[in-house]
Design a protein around this ligand. Structure first.
Ligand code: PMP
Length: 401
């Protein structure tokens, strides 16, 4: 057995089979490239589902982490530490908001947003206790906790995990009429992804986000934008909401906030909204820990230069131009996305998304399939144009058979 096969067999024997990874065992990585245990090199066109926006082994992030490792790594929130205020201040500034509630994973931050919206509904809006409704969109992906899968429309993610958490209404994504009809007196929030990532990089129709903003503002309902995957540079702007000139009431952030070095997530909002929490009502041992804050501060500093957003916009134009040419040819049925982020629907006759991904892997490119024959392309924003073009050549090769 090869080193790769041995490692995979051992992983399968000793870990739950809750994922179906491509058969590659990564040993090291640098920039947009990963090297496996047998020395083969792969171009990373997934970037940890957008967690690695700043590339593997990013020097600034590694140095910040190393320096913080030598100082203090964890205090818990029982005590203050000297990176916390700076992290919250800088992150709130980046979002144009006032307060931060830090957590660790995307799902935890979404849970935090849900709990915050409910508490706000009961304490500020005056919704009777137990009656709060949150409107979400079909095709959503917000994480894997019991409450979050309660409002998933993906049967694989949801089946057999009941009983489910009540209090959510699902409406079609991109449909303002359906949203208006779902709005009731007890509605406290609308929770949506400004671009649906896991659904296949679905960009809503123009005017949708602005419509959600207007409708929620008029009805005193919180607009929660889950930018865990779309945010922090990926689409060519800091936030995907910016493409429609929209500022939500609450950002949910994760993934790239920790640069692929540490898990960091956060809910960012106004003092009026996050101010509803009182000591002891919500939290996490690791949320806002010194190591997480040190790395995230470096992420925020990099985003403040605007370089990564600009790179994502420029290379993204190139990516979408090239993919657009493929879309004319029969092998590709549709291409969606913004910036360095694309969902590509391959003609089903050419294989499932999984089969296409495996063929790309054999040619040295790593991507992720979603459902059906769709693959997602989301390389680190530091990828060179040459490497991106090489990756696209491999895709063309696979499509040509
Ligand atoms: N929200 C969105 C939009 C996501 O794409 C994801 C992860 N794919 C999550 C939340 C959950 O993040 P995590 O896996 O860190 O819990």
């Amino acid at each position: 057995m090869s080193t790769t096969d041995t490692a995979i067999a051992s992983a399968e024997a000793h870990s739950a089979h809750n994922y179906h990874p491509l058969p590659v065992v990564v040993a090291t990585a640098d920039g947009a490239w990963m090297t496996d245990v047998e020395g083969r090199r792969y171009l990373d066109m997934l970037a940890g589902y957008s967690a690695l926006n700043f590339g593997h082994g990013n020097r600034r992030l590694i140095d910040a982490a190393k320096a913080q490792l030598e100082r203090v790594t964890l205090t818990s929130r029982a005590f203050h530490h000297d990176r916390f205020a700076e992290f919250c201040t800088r992150l709130a500034e980046l979002c144009g908001m006032e307060m931060v509630l830090p957590m660790n994973t995307g799902a935890e931050a979404v849970e935090t947003a849900v709990k915050t919206a409910r508490k706000w509904g009961y304490r500020v809006k005056g919704v009777p206790d137990g009656m709060a409704k949150i409107i979400v969109a079909a095709g959503n992906f917000h994480g894997r906790t019991t409450t979050i899968v309660s409002f998933s429309t993906d049967q694989e993610a949801r089946a057999d995990f009941g009983p489910y958490t009540p209090g959510f209404e699902i409406v079609p994504y991109g449909d303002l009429t359906a949203l208006a009809e779902a709005m009731t007196e007890n509605t406290v929030a609308v929770l949506i992804e400004p671009i649906q990532g896991e659904a296949g990089v679905l960009v809503p129709p123009p005017g949708y986000l602005a419509g959600v903003r207007e409708m929620t503002r008029e009805r005193n309902v919180l607009f929660i934008a889950d930018e865990v995957q779309s945010g922090l540079g990926r689409t060519g702007r800091t936030f995907a909401c910016e493409h429609e000139g929209v500022v939500p009431d609450m950002y949910v952030l994760g993934k790239a906030l920790g640069g692929g070095v540490v898990p960091v997530s956060a809910v960012v909002s106004s003092a009026a909204v996050l101010g509803v929490h009182r000591p002891g009502e919500h939290g996490s041992t690791f949320g806002g820990n010194p190591l997480a804050c040190a790395v995230a501060l470096e992420v925020i500093a990099m985003l403040r230069t605007g370089e990564f957003q600009q790179r994502a916009a420029e290379l993204g134009d190139h990516l979408h131009h090239e993919l657009g040419l493929l879309a004319g040819g029969g092998a590709v049925e549709a291409v969606r996305g913004r910036g360095l982020w694309a969902g590509v629907d391959i003609a089903p006759a050419l294989g499932t998304g999984r089969e296409i991904s495996e063929k790309l892997m054999d040619r040295g490119v790593l991507v992720k399939d979603t459902h059906g024959s769709t693959i997602r392309i989301a390389p680190p924003l530091v990828i060179s144009k040459e490497d991106l073009d090489w990756g696209l050549d491999q895709l063309r090769g696979v499509l040509a058979g």
